[in-house]
Design a protein around this ligand. Sequence first.
Ligand SMILES: CC(C)(COP(=O)(O)OP(=O)(O)OC[C@H]1O[C@@H](n2cnc3c(N)ncnc32)[C@H](O)[C@@H]1OP(=O)(O)O)[C@@H](O)C(=O)NCCC(=O)NCCS
Length: 379
Amino acid sequence: MSTPTVAPTTSKGLEGVVAANTRLSDVRGEIGQLIYCGYDINELAGKVSYEEVVYLLHHNHLPNQRELAELKATLAGYRELPKGVIELITRFPKDTPPMHAIRTGVSALGCYDSTADDDTMDAQRRKALRLIAQIPVVTAYFHRARQEKPLVHPDTHLGEAANFLYMIDGEKPSTEKESTLDLCYVLHADHGMNASTFSARVTIATLSDMYSAITTAIGTLKGPLHGGANEGVIKMLTEIGSLDKVDAFVHESLAQKRKIMGIGHRVYKVLDPRAPHLKRMAQVLSGKLGQPKWIQMSERIAELMLTEKNLHANVDFYSATVYYSLGIPTDLFTPIFAIARTSGWTAHVLEQLADNRLIRPQSIYTGPIGLKVVPVAQR
Ligand SMILES: CC(C)(COP(=O)(O)OP(=O)(O)OC[C@H]1O[C@@H](n2cnc3c(N)ncnc32)[C@H](O)[C@@H]1OP(=O)(O)O)[C@@H](O)C(=O)NCCC(=O)NCCS
């Protein structure tokens, strides 16, 4: 090992540390911009489907009609799960939190794939697309089984968002529901070197396998400081109960140094560019469903957090109200994030493999040195 020329320093939480070069996405925190492969998120939102974003992330350009049709057919064809995985996930205890079930289900998919350790790029790409197609199916089968409802098998005629809604509800979604979830998928597909993407890249950089990398990422996304925050938002809104109680709740939380879920971001110093899209959808949906109080409470929380702490709403803040208004159970919010982000995670895994080097940072030792072992009987 070469001798360091400058004394190493720690960046708690790796803030400001650059871990990789990537062509996939850029989070410009000072100006509130998010770019996927050259396209501003505001340019993509509402103009392209989730499948087009999958293609973009995996090929670095938007697909033409033929390429898009091929991708859709491939994803639809990959959806059905191995029997052993279906048996496993449908037998989990009914009260298993879905993120545990999905993490384990995705890991189990590796046991049924004879190419799990095939490291050729062709095999890696196939596994990436299979995972994008199968993670919603793992989620939906587990969700149906825990309610003791019959499983709804994937419909190859439906796109990714519509098929997921169909598989959890048992009926084809309205066009509005489908396009809402599709846009949510687009907005969640990738986000620079976020914690779960970083963990996927760390895992694959050891030349482990695609299933291990995505399992790692799911475990990392689950936490309330990352993808788990969207569930936390609904729990918080339910706990507050009504608009007139928002101010007291926020002030008390801040006084007790309790985090408000869905607010703040490590990189964005201004508004998260995904938030206005989600806010607009939340406004439309909660108005239609006759429950405008959720969006009114959310807007008041956001207003207070901006004036009191100069902190903005992030992607999880309004997506929670969107999913809630779509009638999606709260504990499927983070799984939906995982479903959409699998496109980004797998693209990052492929990018890491294309120019790999082991990711192995250092730490600064702060413990004692020179201790002598006292025999166990004398300790
Ligand atoms: C996203 C998040 C983890 C970023 O964390 P970070 O960059 O490590 O920032 P810190 O936790 O160090 O916060 C910096 C300051 O802002 C405050 N802060 C940050 N987010 C806050 C929140 N949601 N509610 C209240 N205060 C918050 C911290 O208390 C701290 O204040 P202090 O300096 O007075 O102690 C953090 O903002 C957070 O926990 N948000 C809530 C969870 C969430 O929505 N996660 C989804 C992210 S997309």
